[in-house]
Unconditional design. Structure first.
Length: 381
């Protein structure tokens, strides 16, 4: 028979139950393929020839024929598929094209999967690098940067909030702040309390030291120790630089790289861009827990009963979402974990008496609002 004259090393089997494979050669002819070895010789017609193309790294092509169901010939590598005799027979060419399409689809799937794996891995690595770099960066950022950020926030607050005219209450709040955290500890920070005429029983701090207390908190508190607990918590947010850390996390890798490369303009721009984000979003559980722990330390060092924060949070936690209050308190959610953490701290304390007496904070001539009447009914203030 005439043919291409080419032959390929091959392995054949003539019996499905025979585990001995025959080493030989596969010869290509115009209308058949022929296997020869020292022990046997047989031929598969190209008509109705079936191909199994392997996807292993080296690849293989296994030939079989319906006329001899127990026989097969295997050639390792896929180079043989380029031979003319396989391209001129339609059914063989179709089998090869179908394999090529499947292989291409698999490759696309693998490539896509690898892309996403690399993207996710790179994102995770970048996130880890930013997270690892943030504590060191925080230490390098001077308080002056926080003051610039604070100025952005202060201007936003001035345009949307109403400040209280009760100067006596503001003075009392600042006196209480200094008892908790004496001025000699302030360093470069400028701590002060500002009172807002707002019925929500809440407070928040911004970088550099401004603490904003809502009049609703003064009305909702049952004791000055509760107010002291809230103030200590907000002081801790400032001294732990939670606001700055939050803005850096929100600004992302760009802030980190700007800082590393010494791009002060880019750093300030990132801080300024985060000011609105800082006002609108709540702190993480980690930051809240850290602020609670440090607040407890501030209070005990100042010889102030530290249970005030836990008592206030405990009552606030009793408010339900249907009351319309939880959303207003979302900046500092009074989670059960926070309350339990503070309760465990009290149980572990050795000295539980001898605390200083605190003067009450008063807001004369300020009637309770409908919201606070609702709180009275819910938690029995």
């Amino acid at each position: 028979m005439s043919g291409s004259g080419k032959s390929y090393p091959a392995v054949a089997s003539r019996d499905a139950e025979d585990t001995d494979h025959l080493n030989g050669n596969l010869h290509l002819e115009d209308f058949a393929i022929r296997f020869t070895s020292s022990k046997t010789e047989f031929t598969f017609p190209l008509a109705d020839l079936e191909l199994e193309i392997g996807n292993t790294k080296e690849g293989f092509v296994r030939f079989s024929h319906p006329a001899e169901p127990n026989s097969e010939i295997t050639v390792f590598g896929r180079k043989i598929l380029k031979e003319r005799c396989f391209k001129t027979h339609t059914h063989l060419r179709q089998q090869i094209e179908e394999y090529a399409e499947r292989a291409e689809g698999t490759q696309r799937l693998v490539s896509t999967g690898m892309f996403f794996i690399m993207f996710i891995g790179l994102s995770a690595l970048l996130g880890w690098l930013v997270e690892a770099a943030t504590p060191k960066l925080i230490g390098q950022v001077p308080v002056a940067y926080e003051q610039e950020l604070a100025e952005e926030i202060i201007q936003e607050i001035k345009t949307s909030a109403k400040f209280s005219s009760h100067t006596n209450a503001v003075t009392e709040l600042n006196d209480l702040l200094h008892q908790i955290y004496p001025p000699e500890k302030h360093g470069d920070y400028k701590f002060r309390v500002l009172l807002l005429d707002e019925e929500i029983p809440n407070a928040f701090a911004i970088p550099a030291g401004n603490i904003y207390v809502f009049s609703g908190l003064i009305q909702a508190a049952e004791s000055p120790e509760e107010i002291a607990g809230i103030l200590a918590h907000e002081i801790a947010h400032v001294t732990k630089r939670h606001g700055l850390r939050k803005v850096i996390a929100n600004a992302g890798p760009g802030f980190v790289f700007n800082r590393i490369l010494g791009n002060k303009k880019g750093t300030i721009a990132a801080l300024a861009a985060g000011s609105q984000f800082l006002i609108q979003q709540s702190f993480s559980r980690e930051f809240e827990r850290e602020a609670d722990d440090l607040a407890w330390e501030y209070l005990t060092v100042a010889n102030i009963d530290p249970r005030g924060l836990e008592r206030f949070l405990g009552r606030i936690s009793m408010m339900t979402e249907s009351s319309g209050i939880e959303r207003a308190l979302s900046s500092h959610p009074p989670s059960p974990e926070r309350i339990e953490n503070l309760q465990q701290k009290w149980l572990a304390m050795k000295t539980k008496d001898g605390f200083r007496n605190l003067n009450p904070i008063t807001l004369p001539d300020l009637p309770k609002t409908d919201l606070l009447d609702k709180i009275d009914k819910l938690i029995g203030l």
